[in-house]
Ligand binder design. Structure first.
Ligand SMILES: O=C(O)CCC(=O)C(=O)O
Ligand SMILES: [Fe+2]
Length: 238
């Protein structure tokens, strides 16, 4: 899908970033090892009470490998698939200067048993990734926003759930939906992280929606040191 089909600038969708067995492997890893709230400062339901968020950060995946609780190949797969995502972004946006990973998160959003089937709230309300969205025209580029994020990407791992569509929107309330992307194994949506790309996730009504969320920066100060450590540990485990 192109910027025109997606109805906005600096965004694209790419397919085939992972095979179905790779997706299955990562979904199983996520379901087995992800902790409630990991990567969300311990909050189990950071955005909606009707879903549980379970995540694995790179640092915890690396620790699990180090202590022989997780097979190194699973961590390697996570790193390799996200590297492929980075390459696609550099190609699409014709990036000539160094781009760094700033955060990698394997995360599943799961509908709670008690969630009403007709809920209309969002799994993740409309937002921008590098500024605090105050109104349709104001997005403040200051903390607590991650102001150093330049590009965002989500690589999807499954589609056996209900709801959970990713949307690009032209307004804060999601009344002006520009395009809708259905998650699917190996599909990646990528975009620049500013207010030109307001986006959100519709309610996950049934099942578990798993994905690799990635953020990138041009600022070397915010480069993801956990990724270097992950490769270092993998190098020692051979
Ligand atoms: O999971 C998705 O499709 C999007 C998640 C997102 O926008 C975020 O975590 O900032
Ligand atoms: Fe986001």
């Amino acid at each position: 899908m192109t910027e025109k089909q997606l109805q906005g600038p600096n965004r694209f969708v790419s397919e085939g970033l992972a095979t179905s067995s790779e997706c299955q492997t990562l979904v199983n890893t996520a379901k087995m090892f992800a902790l409630s709230g990991d990567g969300y400062h311990g909050y189990q339901s950071p955005f909606t009470v009707f879903e549980k968020f379970r995540g694995i950060t790179l640092s915890r995946a690396t620790a699990l490998v180090y202590f022989n609780l997780l097979e190194p190949q699973y961590l390697r797969l996570l790193l390799q698939i996200s590297d492929l995502g980075k390459t696609k972004i550099e190609e699409f946006f014709k990036i000539k200067k160094p781009l760094f990973f700033t955060y990698t998160h394997l995360v599943c959003r799961s509908a709670q048993q008690h969630a009403p089937i007709n809920r209309t709230d969002y799994s993740h309300m409309i937002h921008a990734d590098n500024c605090n969205l105050i109104s349709d025209t104001v997005c403040e580029k200051q903390p607590p926003a991650y102001t150093y994020r330049d590009y965002s990407a989500i690589i999807y791992l499954n589609d056996d759930f209900e709801g959970g569509e990713f949307v690009f929107a032209g307004d804060t309330n999601g009344e002006k939906i520009q395009s809708v992307i259905n998650p699917k194994c190996g599909r990646m949506v990528a975009f620049s992280s500013g207010p030109e790309n307001l986006h959100g996730v519709r309610a996950v009504k049934k099942g578990s929606r798993c994905a690799i969320a990635l953020w990138f920066t041009f600022d070397p100060k915010h480069s993801e040191t956990d990724r270097d450590e992950a490769w270092e540990v993998l190098g020692k485990m051979k």
